[in-house]
Design a protein around this ligand. Structure first.
Ligand code: Q9C
Ligand code: ZN
Length: 343
């Protein structure tokens, strides 16, 4: 399968994130994608191609123009306020109950209005990287549209936590949602499978009321895991989208037998929806030695994951999401793609 890539991601290189009450070294770093790229070059998976340019229109089909405008200028405004040597922009105050949302005005009020956590810093290169990441996802979607059986969008920053007008969870623009909407706008019927350790709250929210896109997510139970406020089993969709959203929250320590059962169930529900394209939010933070997660999948389990996804017998677009064990990320990502391809 073809892999799509852009070196613009290298410019998004935040040194730190604010998490668990302190500034800590960032885990969503350029080495993640570079390690995957190196692993793919070593294996017989297919060519790595540069992304094309798709413009703003596909982004604005999914995201509110206020968020897009904010992300484009946030770092400039932050530097005007705190100086050219200022650290990454991180919010420190939020509009809570009884407060006003502030979409225009001071950088601090806009940061709090558009962000939902403190772990998603904005540095000088963030916007260019996020923007290019969308082009990577759309390039993969175009390959699928052109008849390819599968494609891999090797993109960062990740996207599945970002909704129409909120960013967070290391995500700024929702790459997979933009690709799914782009395919739907061309008459396709997409299903999205999210196998990242964290619930894809942004993707769920974007399609929650829609009958046209099915969303299924396997993830750590929000009872104990980020994003804490969404991803529960009773979230099944609303209005026209009722029954088109499937959450499977899983306990700490989930290993392959338990994961496989949930994955097979999700694939069954996806097939019942009758999609003609499958998009996979491919997070690799389910790995046993992931530094921020608590599942227990091993290297070889990822071949099986790829094989089960192949079993849906659909054109399949994989989009890179989380996964923070730098030494394992290349191998386990390639294992999924190879498990899919060799089945
Ligand atoms: N103690 C993705 O994997 N902080 N985002 C979690 C854990 C944010 C993860 C804190 C995690 C975001 C794409
Ligand atoms: Zn994740």
């Amino acid at each position: 399968m073809k892999t799509f890539y852009s070196d613009a991601h290298l410019a998004h290189d935040p040194p730190e994130e604010f998490e668990a009450g302190r500034l800590t070294p960032a885990v969503e770093v350029p080495a993640r994608v570079e390690r995957v790229r190196a692993a793919l070059l070593q294996r017989d998976i297919g060519p790595i191609l540069d992304a094309g340019e798709f413009g703003d229109e596909p982004i604005l089909r999914v995201h509110d123009s206020d968020l897009v405008c904010f992300l484009g200028e946030a770092h400039d405004h932050w530097r005007e306020k705190y100086g050219v040597d200022a650290p990454a922009a991180i919010p420190s105050a939020w509009p809570s109950r009884g407060h006003k949302q502030r979409r225009i005005g001071h950088i601090e009020s806009r940061l709090g209005t558009f962000a939902f956590d403190t772990a998603t810093p904005i540095v000088r290169g963030t916007w260019a990287a996020a923007r290019a990441g969308v082009n990577v996802a759309l390039s993969a979607a175009q390959a699928i549209r052109g008849g390819d059986r599968s494609a891999f969008a090797l993109t960062r920053p990740p996207g599945h936590h970002a909704s129409a007008d909120v960013f967070g969870g290391y995500c700024y623009l929702n790459n997979i949602a933009i690709a799914a909407q782009w395919l739907a706008d061309q008459g396709m019927r997409p299903a999205i499978l999210d196998v990242d350790y964290h619930h894809g709250n942004g993707t769920q929210d974007l399609f929650y009321g829609s009958a046209d896109v099915f969303f299924a997510s396997l993830h750590a139970d929000p009872e104990f895991a980020f994003p804490h406020f969404l991803g529960f089993a009773d979230e099944t969709g609303s209005g026209m989208g009722e029954g088109k959203n499937l959450n499977i929250p899983l306990p700490e320590g989930t290993d392959w037998p338990r994961y496989e059962e949930a994955l097979n169930h999700a694939i069954g529900q996806i097939k019942a929806f009758g999609p003609d394209v499958l998009l996979v939010s491919l997070g690799l933070d389910t790995f046993v030695d992931d530094p921020i997660s608590r599942f227990a999948l091993k290297h070889h389990d990822y071949f099986r994951m790829g094989a089960i996804i192949e079993d849906a017998k659909l054109p399949t677009l994989f989009t890179f999401e989380g996964g923070y064990n730098i030494d394992a990320i290349g191998t386990i990502t390639a294992n999924v793609l190879q498990g899919f391809q060799d089945t």
